[in-house]
Design a protein around this ligand. Structure first.
Ligand SMILES: NC(=O)c1ccc[n+]([C@@H]2O[C@H](COP(=O)([O-])OP(=O)(O)OC[C@H]3O[C@@H](n4cnc5c(N)ncnc54)[C@H](O)[C@@H]3O)[C@@H](O)[C@H]2O)c1
Ligand SMILES: O=c1ccn([C@@H]2O[C@H](COP(=O)(O)OP(=O)(O)O[C@H]3O[C@H](CO)[C@@H](O)[C@H](O)[C@H]3O)[C@@H](O)[C@H]2O)c(=O)[nH]1
Length: 431
């Protein structure tokens, strides 16, 4: 099948490489020329396991990138993988979706024959049919249900394991308005649907849109609940990880997403929980539990710095921050808890020296004015440090040597596997 993908960020690039891998002809339409050049040179614009080799294999044959929307004319289906950020008030910002839908419609005006437009971006109920559809119709001259089909197919991949998550998902959710759209999507995903462990959910567009938010709200709430229980465990002097390991044996709860600590960051949970909160309010419903989910999460980085301040006078202290990405396996720093910790440490006039295996360049480029030092290795970050904070649970932090530290005070925000015996103070945030 010929597939066009609008937006080549974390999701669009991963999906493009994976769809090429399962045999489709794929073109990425992206406004950022440097991303287009990188993909066409056979390289990955982001750090993601399994991505570089797939792009290297397919670029120039089944995979190409362009800034030219006209590329959609030669394709059967277009997947929208565009950002859906939050506005200052937390509500969903659809400006990019609207602009791209206009460009897509303008390009589709030149296409004879049917076309399927699929929203993969995370959008609130109503967006696909009431915003994207009408804009594409107006600009293309095509009509939904005649020569234009619409679908909403949310994406559940995680950063760090995005390729594997896309190719072997727990579920594929197809929200469609017609049998033709459902047939096309089943054909697109045929090799993935062969996996007996992948559930196929066929539903309406509005439900598909909401399933994505419900999924993320549930997971974010689960982590906030374990953080609340972790904070309570700490207050009682109990080990939260032991408590939750036992709790997770109940198969109604499951042992996944039970890691307490610094809380959730990333490009999805923060903006998606805020969007569904704002959306619920707009519909006249007060989402009190979701408000609390955010409140608990917001507290954790400040709590970690307060804990550190119990042991070290932060003013002028040299503090090593280990990990900058919002989770291991990615260079994505969006809403990373590490950055919150650094802001708070800087506000206390501490000197910060940071290390991350892949995300340091992203931080340098995104926050050129951030007054911190970058170290080449964990050992270099720890050298002469008065304390260390573990902000991201990269596996390479499990074998740290703390020999070079001025004082061996470690506050662990992620419960990594450190050798506590060699430390003067080892404190966990939530246990
Ligand atoms: N990152 C994730 O783990 C993840 C997982 C599932 C769903 N999602 C959802 O998928 C969507 C995309 O997320 P992302 O993380 O890939 O975003 P991103 O910011 O990494 O990528 C979006 C890309 O779209 C490009 N773009 C912006 N305007 C454009 C336009 N008018 N035409 C063409 N390209 C344009 C940007 O330059 C950027 O490269 C969001 O709705 C997000 O919530 C993200
Ligand atoms: O037990 C846990 C599990 C996760 N986290 C934190 O939660 C955040 C999110 O982690 P994760 O969900 O693994 O990564 P994302 O890439 O943000 O993926 C989420 O957001 C994506 C975008 O919507 C969805 O597609 C995925 O299904 C959903 O898991 C990270 O900061 C983690 O450190 C914890 O603190 N404790």
């Amino acid at each position: 099948m010929n597939v066009s993908i609008i937006g080549s960020g974390y999701v669009g690039t991963t999906i493009a490489a994976c769809l090429a891998d399962i045999g489709h002809e794929v073109v990425n339409v992206e406004i950022d020329e440097s991303i287009v050049e990188t993909i066409n040179a056979g390289e990955a614009p982001i750090h993601e396991a399994g991505l570089e080799e797939r792009i290297a294999e397919h670029a120039g044959t089944r995979l190409r990138a362009t800034t030219d929307y006209d590329a959609v004319v030669d394709t059967d289906v277009t997947l929208l993988c565009l950002p859906t950020p939050q506005k200052d008030d937390g509500s969903l910002d659809l400006a990019i979706m609207r602009a791209a839908s206009e460009s897509l419609g303008d390009a589709l005006a030149a296409k004879d024959g049917d076309h399927l437009v699929v929203v993969k971006s995370t959008v609130l109920p109503g967006t696909t049919e009431e915003v994207v559809g009408p804009i594409v119709e107006e600009h293309s001259g095509k009509r939904v249900g005649e020569d234009l089909e619409l679908a909403m197919n949310p994406e559940f991949l995680r950063m760090g394991t995005a390729v594997q998550d896309f190719l072997e998902p727990d579920k594929l959710v197809l929200g469609t308005t017609s049998d033709a759209a459902a047939d096309t999507l089943r054909e697109l995903y045929a090799p993935i649907l062969e996996n007996p462990d992948t559930h196929l959910v066929e539903t309406d567009v509005r439900e598909a849109e909401l399933i994505k938010y419900a999924n993320n709200a549930f997971l974010a709430a689960k982590v906030s609940l374990v953080n609340e229980l972790g904070n309570v465990s700490k207050a009682y002097g109990a080990d939260a990880y032991e408590v939750l390991e036992a709790v997770g044996l109940d198969d109604r709860i499951s042992d996944r997403f039970l890691r307490s600590g610094l809380g959730w960051g990333g490009s999805c949970f923060p903006k998606d929980v805020n969007a569904i909160r704002a959306g619920a309010r707009e519909q006249g419903y007060e989402p009190e539990l979701l408000d609390a989910v955010v409140e608990v999460n917001d507290k954790q980085p400040r709590q970690l710095v307060a804990l550190l301040a119990d042991h070290v006078d932060l003013e002028g202290a040299r503090i090593a921050v280990l990990g900058l990405s919002f989770k291991p396996g990615t260079d994505d720093i969006r809403k990373s808890r590490a950055l919150e910790v650094i802001d708070s440490l800087r506000a206390h006039d501490a000197d910060v020296v940071a290390y991350d295996p892949v995300a340091m360049d992203t931080v340098r480029e995104t926050y050129p004015d951030l007054e911190i030092e970058y170290a080449d290795s964990p050992a270099a970050a720890l050298e002469n440090a008065d304390s260390a904070v573990v902000a991201t649970d990269w596996p390479e932090f499990d074998d740290l040597s703390f020999d070079g530290m001025a004082r061996r005070v470690v506050v662990d925000g992620r419960r990594i596997d450190v050798d506590e015996d060699v430390l003067e103070v080892y404190e966990g945030l939530t246990w």
